[in-house]
Design a protein around this ligand. Sequence first.
Ligand code: NAD
Length: 260
Amino acid sequence: ANLMKNKVALVTGGSSGIGRGAALKLAENGARVALLDLNAEDAMEVKREIEDLGSKAIIVEADVSKTEDMEQAFKKVFEEWGQLDFVFSNAGINGVISPIEDMSIDEFDTTIHTNLRGTFLTVKNAIPYMKENGGSIVITSSVNGNRTFNKFGFSAYSTSKAGQVAFGKMAALELARYKIRVNMICPGAIDTNIDSNTFPENENLKKITIPIEYPEGEHPLTGEAGKPDQVGDLVLFLASNLSSHITGTKVYIDGAESLL
Ligand code: NAD
């Protein structure tokens, strides 16, 4: 299919996991893709994969939580291709998983800075380049932006993910006048590197004795975590004109995990 023919997409966290899955789907459908990531080395491999699909990619090494990095990143993409049609605000971390009483302010801030400030900077910097022709923005929240994890330690992560949903709704409202659509996706567990990219678990968690049972049948639909490729299909739909009347909404992609 050619749903993204002649389009330019920017994907944050494009080196790995969900970002890579989406980047490949977009490229398969004709988009040129800018891979924005802290990890430029892994982005090289994704760039090659995109080129094998017959499309083009550039790598932009940047930290989504840094103002200057993000200004430069968008400038670079626009200088390269002269247009910007789709932005996937997806880079994120689990951060330190720790009960609130043991979590430091720096630990809390790091998660909020990457996930929430990063989304703010991504959307803000997209506006000047997209406002003339309109376009689409997708933000990766999580099922845990809507409910809590059924275990201790995810307060910073859940807060950042809930914040992304609220922020995305406001952005959809404000940017409708530029014909820029903004939607959120809420994945359940997806098979990516996020756990290995994360800091080691906090020792304090092990001290907690209150048992909290995780529900049985964590993934009702298939029994296993979803694949980045499946999330990529949803991102492609929200990026393309197939979703031209959809904005300000969130879509779960979790095999019914959130219903438990
Ligand atoms: P991943 O670790 O495989 O990929 C994340 C990518 O983001 C990495 O390439 C990493 O280098 C990059 N990144 C991290 N911090 C960055 C920063 N400050 N600036 C630029 N790039 C940065 O993880 P993933 O699972 O693909 O995560 C993508 C998004 O999906 C995250 O927002 C995560 O919260 C969300 N999510 C993941 C799951 C899951 O189960 N994997 C579930 C729900 C939501």
